[in-house]
Ligand binder design. Structure first.
Ligand code: TMP
Length: 202
């Protein structure tokens, strides 16, 4: 059985990442892979309940961070690890990089706490490929305003998203082997061409 790989999609709210999940899943399926698509916070019955709380309840920053990682622990145990063990490919709409970007960058949680949680929850697993959809803040905000009613994170101010985006870009510098930055100001067609190039290298 060929080994499946783990891909996470990242970017600030409004970066447009979710639009491209079906495209990447389709690209992989067309090449004979079994692919599951999932998301964080969420991906399990418990995780989806935690998502509701995380996106709509005000809470202490450390509570928020611990719940993100609690949902992730369940997601790994129930969905991600069994799928990879079967040889399936996993595409997750966000993973731990989002905690470093949002709780670490946006909300300024001490990075040592995030590193400790990452070590606890998945000491031996990292995504094989991280697609970071990057856009200037104004573009992301424009896209958000055009959509649904904003959740707790989407209501944050521009400085929050500037810090979140900067934290994503720092993380991409720290892990250049797995991160690929997609310029998300491009048209959907051009983004698909960029994705084709990245996917043909993994
Ligand atoms: P989504 O809107 O892309 O589905 O993501 C839900 C929100 O949760 C998004 O605003 C980012 C936030 N989030 C964190 O703050 N930390 C995390 O670890 C994850 C996975 C998501």
């Amino acid at each position: 059985m060929s080994a499946g790989k783990f891909i996470n999609f990242e970017g600030i709210d409004g970066a447009g990442k979710s639009t491209h999940i079906a495209y990447v899943a389709g690209w992989l399926r067309a090449r004979g892979h079994t692919v599951i698509t999932t998301r964080e916070p969420g991906g399990t019955s418990l995780g989806e309940k935690l998502r509701e709380l995380l996106l709509h309840e005000k809470m202490h920053l450390e509570t928020e961070t611990l719940l993100m990682f609690a949902a992730r622990r369940e997601h790994l145990a129930q969905v991600i690890e069994p799928a990879l063990a079967r040889g399936d490919w996993v595409i997750s709409d966000r993973f731990t990089d989002a905690s470093f970007a949002y709780q670490g960058g946006g909300r300024k949680l001490d990075l040592r706490k995030l590193i400790a949680l990452e070590q606890w929850v998945h000491p031996h697993l990292q995504p094989d490929l991280t697609l970071l959809f990057d856009v200037p803040l104004e573009v992301a905000r424009g896209r958000l305003e055009a959509t649904r009613s904003p959740d707790k994170f989407e209501q944050e101010k521009a400085e929050f998203f500037a810090a979140t985006r900067a934290a994503y870009l720092r993380r991409a510098e720290e892990f250049p082997d797995r991160f690929r930055i997609i310029d998300s100001t491009q048209t959907i067609k051009d983004i698909e061409i960029s994705l084709d190039k990245v996917l043909s290298t993994i």
